[in-house]
Design a protein around this ligand. Structure first.
Ligand code: PPE
Length: 303
């Protein structure tokens, strides 16, 4: 996906021009995937741009780092302030923020001991993440299984394991689909290459648990709260591939993808975006733009 450049990137404590935010080719993270990251969106509100669930994202960044035994050289408050300042300096109305902590240059070999930890924050304007987001996306079950929690800590939003997502995404695109669904090694539905999954069957919304290798999505949590407030029942349960085929409605959610309806899975039609998906999308929009006061605590105004 093409990238729209902004003016600045925050790198190791200082704001630098976008094109100067560079690393050495012998950076440990580049060779071995030793890094953790976050994606956060800022939405336009009546009081200027506001970051959605900034604290939850920062907390997950630190949790992910802990799982990889990386000690970040900056505290949560510092990264929080740096993020707000960057979005302000880049002058966005709305944007996507990417925070990254990676192991840098200084040691070679898999053993990460002694490699310096670098932290960067970038922001850019990013529209729809998935092709076909409005009409509903067409999914394909990947031949690649999701990273297994016994192989890598799947609850960490770590860079290396995203090779699994990239392979699944490429395979789906090559086959003419918009996005890939990955199953766990046990054959349960896990998640898509960059989104969590929700399925409606009758009056109940189902979403897979993290034990199926899915990331504990912050948007998944937001959608659960919105759906519950709409009077729907949400259950975190293992789903079979056939549960997707039998869905009354299905949608994906993630920071980049927001709430995206699913039109078909493996060429089994689910149909046009359904009524519950529509309600949740509307509720999500009202929450993230500050129009619905009940969710104002999810927003951090850039100021
Ligand atoms: N699962 C995966 C595998 C995933 O990458 C994401 C986010 C989610 C679930 C949803 O998590 P959350 O953002 O907390 O609701 N994917 C991020 C990166 C996508 C990319 O291509 O890069 C994102 O949406 O920011």
């Amino acid at each position: 996906m093409a990238l729209t450049e902004s003016e600045y990137i925050w790198m190791d404590g200082a704001r630098v021009p976008w094109r100067e935010a560079q690393v050495h080719v012998l950076s440990h993270g580049l060779h071995y995937g030793t890094g953790v990251f976050e994606g956060i969106r800022a939405y336009p509100t009546a009081d200027g741009p506001a970051l959605l669930r900034l604290d939850e994202h920062l907390d997950r960044l630190f949790r992910s780092a802990k799982m990889l035994r990386m000690t970040l050289p900056h505290g949560k408050e510092e990264l929080r302030a740096a993020t707000l300042e960057l979005v302000r300096a880049n002058g966005h109305r709305s944007c996507y923020v990417r925070q990254l902590a990676h192991l840098g240059y200084g040691v070679m070999g898999v053993d990460p001991t002694g490699a310096p930890v670098h932290v960067s924050i970038a922001s850019w304007e990013w529209g729809a993440y998935l092709d076909g987001a409005d009409r509903g996306v067409r999914l394909m079950t990947s031949s690649w299984r999701r990273n297994d929690p016994s192989v890598v800590p799947t609850a960490a939003k770590a860079t290396g394991p995203y090779l699994n997502s990239a392979l699944a995404k490429l395979e789906a695109r090559d086959a003419g689909f918009d996005e890939a669904v990955l199953l766990s090694t046990d054959g349960y539905v896990s998640e898509c290459s960059g989104e969590n999954i929700f399925v409606r069957r009758g009056d109940v919304l189902y979403t897979p648990p993290s034990s199926a290798g899915a990331l504990e999505g912050i948007t998944q949590d937001s959608v659960t709260a919105l759906a519950t407030d709409l009077g729907l029942t949400v259950r975190r349960e293992n789903l079979l591939r056939s549960d997707l085929y039998a869905a009354d409605e299905m949608f994906l959610c993630g920071t980049a993808a927001e709430v995206t309806p699913v039109r078909s899975v493996d060429n089994r039609e689910i149909g046009e975006p359904g009524p519950v998906t529509g309600k949740i999308r509307d509720a999500f929009t009202a929450a993230v733009t500050g129009a619905d006061e009940r969710y104002r605590h999810w927003l951090t105004y850039v100021g």
